[in-house]
Design a protein around this ligand. Sequence first.
Ligand code: GRF
Length: 215
Amino acid sequence: MNLGVLVSGRGSNLQAIVDAVEGGKLKDRISLVVSDKEGVQAIERCKRHGLPYMVIKRKDFLSKEEFELAIVKELKRAGVELVVLAGFMRILSSTFLNAFPMKVINIHPSLTPAFQGLNAQRQAIEYGVRIAGCTVHFVTEELDGGPVIAQACVPVLPEDTEESLSHRILSYEHRILPQVISWISQGRVKVDGRKVIVEGGEYGSIPFNPNLEDF
Ligand code: GRF
């Protein structure tokens, strides 16, 4: 499968995909990385790994629609079949989503539907929950609210800071994101309304599912 990855910053989830591709666990190709910001770590990672990348900035377009259409055009040109939002800090509208129906996934650092939007890990700490985690979901127009494909949970410890919790969650983000890409790539992911079915016995929940491959 040709992957398009959208980033805005550090790019550690992009790195997890790159590592899975380079390590042979993913049979897919990263056909294009699009960053909406210049000078970010994600771009350095592209350079280091020889990945095709482009910077497309919102401020270079008169409207959000034109901005999104410009990204769509480049992704289509690169033959992208699945779009992965890996720390892309913008909300995509139907203009973009209609170009890739149910072909856009996102990684969010909470167990959705809890703590949608920004600073999910801080929201979890402030709320006082005992269990936090991350979710890979299909992207719909509902912010961080599309059908869940996989979730991983981690404990929230009494001494946790936003930073320590984010770090713990991130290590699971790096596992479930490549895992979900491989399922989609193998054609095993079916959507039925809000419910996502992963064919082949897996259910997309870490760490409760011992059958889940260790990415
Ligand atoms: C991750 O926590 C991801 O869940 C959220 O943004 C962060 C991106 O981190 N959507 P990175 O750029 O992949 O390192």
